[in-house]
Ligand binder design. Structure first.
Ligand code: NAD
Length: 339
């Protein structure tokens, strides 16, 4: 059973030892958070760019390792925050040495690589966690008390162009976040995928649209673009007697729920009524209070707690592999049309 959201820390145990591999744009934030999580020791960092690793080590008062093997030897678990093509070989080495790994998303470049890591992880009894950070977005987590069983989901992720991440198609850089969210919300196998996309600025796909059908009848529409005017990250969920909009960027979740009874509750802001088949129904509008927090820090606490056996990864290796499988299926379909 997943002890979700156990974000407290057990200070009574011996601290675990952690290392970070790759301290670029995102890796530096892993270092910053590990440095501030009291139940662990940040042992050091390794990056092939020595200037960068020395800068990060000085800033966060940690040690630079000049050999990857040496860092691995000295820790219990590692964050792998290198460019995606390096995830596989580095994770394989860590896991072979019986070390727990937090791999930034996407887990690997190919499914074959992901499967090898999952098999190896099982054999070595280590935690594999994947950095699909949006799963910890407070605007999404606030839906937990509601029975979410979507019939139709629409997810939009639009962002202005930046060079970062543009070396991979938008499906693997951006849409994969939404695929992971989608697979966590719909508990049914995917039955079919349709997709279309185009390259506008880069040599790979910049805008993609996918329609995903699930065996239980749920249909999802995903739209991702990296050449939009502004940032939008929104989810709309439609199901029997419930409609919800989630603004992942602004941290706002709104829920409209149809109920048979009128009741008042401080969380219900407005109630409207209508008649369905001669029976009165109440539409309740709720806008839960959302506490802002740093989702990356929570992911890393979840990793540490999982290593200590007090929790399970919110996004485990299998989930990372499942999101990659759908992303690659979409990408293959789009590529076929483009070429
Ligand atoms: P980056 O290029 O800024 O940093 C990568 C770092 O890895 C660099 O410092 C580089 O020198 C180092 N590096 C390269 N090869 C190495 C090797 N073999 N061993 C050790 N270090 C090596 O990239 P980034 O933007 O920080 O992205 C890193 C990873 O994080 C990617 O997989 C990316 O997809 C992922 N990412 C995830 C999110 C998210 O929302 N979860 C956001 C951004 C990036």
């Amino acid at each position: 059973m997943i002890l979700l959201c156990n974000f407290g820390l057990d200070m009574s145990k011996k601290p675990i030892n952690i290392g970070v591999i790759g301290v670029g744009h995102l890796g530096i934030h892993h270092v910053k958070h590990y440095k501030n999580i009291p139940s662990l020791n940040l042992i050091g960092i390794y990056d092939t760019n020595i200037t960068r690793s020395e800068y990060v080590a000085k800033k966060y008062k940690t040690k630079v390792f000049h050999s990857l093997e040496n860092l691995i030897k000295n820790v219990d678990g590692l964050s792998i925050v290198t460019p995606t093509p390096m995830h596989f070989e580095i994770a394989k080495l860590c896991i072979k040495n019986k070390k727990h790994v937090f791999i930034e998303k996407p887990i690997t470049v190919t499914l074959k690589e992901a499967d090898i890591l999952l098999r190896l992880g099982k054999k070595q009894s280590v935690i594999i966690q994947v950095g699909h950070i949006e799963r910890l977005n407070p605007a999404l987590l606030v839906l937990k008390p509601y029975k979410i069983n979507p019939k139709f989901i629409e997810i939009q992720r639009l962002a202005p162009y930046t060079i970062r991440g543009s070396d991979v198609p938008v499906v693997l850089d951006k849409m994969i976040h939404d695929i992971d969210i989608l697979l966590s919300l719909v508990k049914s196998p995917v039955s079919s995928v349709q997709a279309t996309g185009i390259s506008i600025i880069t040599n790979s796909v910049d805008i993609a649209h996918a329609r995903i059908h699930f065996e239980n009848g749920t249909v999802a529409s995903l739209m991702s673009s990296r050449i939009a005017q502004g940032d939008i990250r929104k989810i709309k969920i439609f199901q029997k007697n419930l409609y919800s909009t989630i603004d992942l960027l602004r941290g706002i979740t709104e829920i409209y729920k149809i109920e048979k009874t009128k009741y008042s509750n401080e969380n219900i802001l407005e109630t409207a009524t209508f008649d369905r088949n001669g029976k009165k129904r109440y539409i309740k509008y709720m806008k839960p209070n959302i506490k802002k927090y740093d989702a990356l820090k929570l992911e890393l606490i979840n990793f540490v707690n999982s290593i200590e056996g007090q929790d399970e990864p919110i996004v485990n290796g299998q989930a990372g592999r499942d999101a990659l499988a759908i992303a690659l299926r979409i990408q293959k379909m789009i590529q076929k049309d483009i070429v």
